[in-house]
Write a protein that binds this ligand. Sequence first.
Ligand code: PXP
Length: 235
Amino acid sequence: MRLGVNIDHVATVRQARQVREPEPVTAALLAELAGADGITVHLRGDRRHIQERDLDLLKEVLSVKLNIEMAATREMVTIARRVTPAQVTLVPERPNELTTTGGLDVVRHAEPLKNTVVRLQEAGIQVSLFIDADLKQVRKACAIGVEAIEINTGPYADSSEDDQRNCLSKVVSAARLAKRQRLEVLAGHGLTYMNIGPIASIEEIVEVNIGHSLVSRAVLVGIKQAVREMRHLLA
Ligand code: PXP
């Protein structure tokens, strides 16, 4: 299973003082050296952590896949078409949220999303949609012609012990349907060193994106060790 490392929190620390350190690009290169298969960053409308200059530098220096999470807005599409990362993941974005909450409602917003997807694909960018583990959302994602989906593992991560099996089985069903529809299946949100095991054993999932838990560990043990330890937990 591939590991995508989300380095937004490194930029959050930098922006806390609006200075030059810590440098997210350095963190990305160290993660790459330690075995990350991709680097993910979320360019938010309010620029609270990642900045446009980070995208340009990452695009220039990374050897592994650069995945940019963004809202499906005209401004973001223009930026993505200029930077041309390997992949864009479209996510819902609410101004005051602490982190992404819930997947995109592809069923409800199919038409505008489809236009955004086409504009990105025209620039040679693979598009993934961040969606909840819901079969209707998977079918619609497939219908609008994306290459991949990222299943929201937030509800699984937040679930009580009693509800965890139920949440996990929804992730499995969504992953199976998506694979049958020939979508590449990714997963992410709320994944930690403690809860990754059952997700890592879902064979349809080819990649996980992990940020908070990994960067939290990196603060204490260093980013290379944090990436290596997570790599070890993925098949
Ligand atoms: N996937 C998506 C679409 C996200 O928005 C985020 C958070 O930026 C993640 C994965 C990573 O989540 P976490 O930081 O909880 O590991």
